[in-house]
Design a binder for this molecule. Structure first.
Ligand code: NDP
Length: 264
């Protein structure tokens, strides 16, 4: 099946590892050129090289912090310089939190707001004019099931991801007249290296393996009783970017192995 992605230019924030890297491989396998943006420039470069080497597409690595206006501006300018503009933006960079509302200071709230929401605002505002010039595009927001079904230990994550879902809907309304389709994806448990690291740390010296710990989480939260692989959730992003999803606009899709306990 031809997904119509050949020679599209895709910007993926947080594309150096985990879900973002898997989306990069997924899009590049369809012939898209990939921009990997993350703070650790060296890791971004080796991810970009890996993608280029495996799929024969052009890639660009940018060592930027998308939680800052300057980092977002650099992406907009460098993509213009290297490729003449972007066709696809995947706002994927993000991270979990751990706090109580009574103890968390303002600056922690501010950081997550900048990372999860303002990055999407700034990159949407900066890259949409390029997409309009190129005849249209796709913007996807990697939110989380926590936007709807909060985990108790991360209120800042839950709140900022919920805001990102609402932003996605508003951006979709504003950009569809320009043939830019905007959607959000709410993932459930996805087995990235970060989960493995956390599980390894939490089980060290306990007699349990990290695999045991991960299975316990899956059994507790996901009716499918396993984590997703980054590749299997990346497939969904690739589909939404493609010409096969041209009527998908302004929606929020769950890819969560049945974890959401309600109907929406
Ligand atoms: P990882 O921690 O594996 O990767 C995060 C990526 O984002 C890295 O490339 C990291 O690179 C980059 N990043 C983090 N902060 C910044 C920043 N300020 N500026 C630029 N890049 C940044 O994350 P996952 O792959 O697990 O998650 C990706 C997205 O999916 C996140 O938004 C997460 O909330 C969401 N998600 C994940 C789930 C899961 O179970 N894994 C479930 C639901 C949603 P660097 O550190 O070099 O900046």
């Amino acid at each position: 099946m031809d997904l119509g992605l050949r020679d599209k230019v895709a910007v993926i924030t947080g594309g150096s590892i985990g879900i973002g890297l898997a989306i990069g491989h997924g899009l590049a396998a369809e012939g898209a050129h990939v921009v990997v943006a993350a703070r650790d420039g060296e890791r971004a470069k080796s991810a970009a090289d890996e993608i280029a080497g495996r799929h024969g597409v052009r890639t660009l690595a940018l060592g930027v912090d998308v939680a800052t206006a300057a980092g977002c501006e650099t992406i907009v300018q460098e993509v213009e310089k290297a490729f003449g503009g972007a066709d696809i933006l995947i706002n994927n960079a993000g991270t979990g939190s751990n706090e109580t509302i009574l103890e968390a200071p303002d600056d922690k709230w501010q950081y997550y707001w900048d990372l999860h929401v303002m990055a999407a605002v700034r990159l949407g505002r900066g890259l949409a004019p390029q997409m309009i010039r190129r005849g249209g595009g796709v913007v996807l927001h990697n939110c989380s099931i926590c936007a709807t079904q909060p985990l108790w230990y991360e209120p800042i994550y839950n709140t900022t991801k919920a805001a990102l879902v609402m932003f996605s809907k508003n951006l979709a309304n504003e950009l569809i007249p320009h043939n830019i389709r905007v959607n959000a994806v709410n993932l459930g448990l996805t087995l990235t290296p970060d989960w493995v690291k956390t599980a390894t740390q939490l089980t060290e010296g306990t007699g349990r393996t990290w695999q045991d710990y991960i299975q316990g989480i899956a059994d507790e939260f996901a009716p499918i009783k396993r984590f997703a692989s980054p590749e299997e959730v990346a497939n969904f992003f690739v589909f939404l970017c493609s010409d096969k999803a041209t009527y998908s606009v302004g929606s929020t899709y769950y890819v969560d192995g049945g974890m959401l306990k309600t109907v929406t």
